[in-house]
Design a protein around this ligand. Sequence first.
Ligand code: GLA
Length: 383
Amino acid sequence: MKEQIHEQFKKYFNAEGEFYASAGRINLIGEHTDYNGGFVFPGAIDKCIMAEIRKNGTGKVRAYALDVKGGDYVEFGLKEDEGPKQSWARYIFGVCREIQKRGGVISGFDTAFSGNVPLGAGMSSSAALESTFAFALNEMFSLGIDKFELAKIGQATEHNYCGVNCGIMDQFASIFGKKDCLIRLDCRSLEYKYFPFHPNGYRLVLVDTVVKHELASSAYNDRRHSCEHVVDVIRKSGHSGVEFLRDCDLQMLEGVRPELSGEDYDCAKYVIEEIQRVLDVCEALEKDDYETVGKKMYETHWGMSKLYKVSCKELDFLVKLAEKCGVTGSRVMGGGFGGCTINLVKDGLYDKFVSEAHSKYEIGFGHAPKIYDVVISDGAHRI
Ligand code: GLA
């Protein structure tokens, strides 16, 4: 990847730059909990976005994306308000603007980038892109921004320039990722802990439905809105200290049930249960109890499917198939509405599961799924 990037960089800018990369992520458990102040349990993976960058001494950013069909080139000024239209370029533009909003002084730069984080598969290619540039600009312009703030710059880019009111998980994992470790993040206090992840006798495999639902970002924002509404109702019912669903329990939720729509109640129930599942999984992992980890993964899936309603028939099909095959744990990963399932599979079952997932899914949906093995790796770094 590095050579291809450099080839284009040289062609466009006739110069040498510095290389930076930041990773995509998996999440073992804890979905839609981040913006509810709960826990998540992600790790960075061996798939990344990589960019070559150099300062160009102007007030302009000149960027070349290798992965857009036929390549794509964009220029924008650092003082522009509107920014570019191309979605990939808006991530870079947003990162620059968010750095500037925080008082960071940057000038123009040239860049070419590429990546191998599958797009729209729930592995956070957009967070990897934001984190690559946030990390690189911070180093190149000696801005002294701390790592959490870099993650927040990526998150704010999604909110303010890309229309997704996401939580902090993806950018956090992309920046803080560490080889062979999952990270439990408390999204309320921002405390985090690395958990060595060596599932002896098991493998993690992602099965990609290759389904992308167009309305995913508006549906995501709707779910977030439902959660915030429930918090509001609970707070007004006499629990004034409640800030997030993290601060609520099922009893408090039952107390306001008559005031909630069925959908809002279901969403909140899922989130409250999911926050607890993350803690249960961490405890089980410390005892090498993978059976419990897997059981919780299935619970998450059916919670996301039936209560939070962010699954789809292709994902449900793959999870049922995994269950039938005897896979230890399986669930939709990331925001949902398509993308991948994450599967915890015993070594001995791996070949059988992958081949069945492949053939049966193809029969069911007319196209093959994609299979990705992932290795837990380091987050943002200079190469
Ligand atoms: C997307 C968002 C994250 C998180 C997940 C669901 O990946 O970017 O912040 O909310 O969905 O867990």
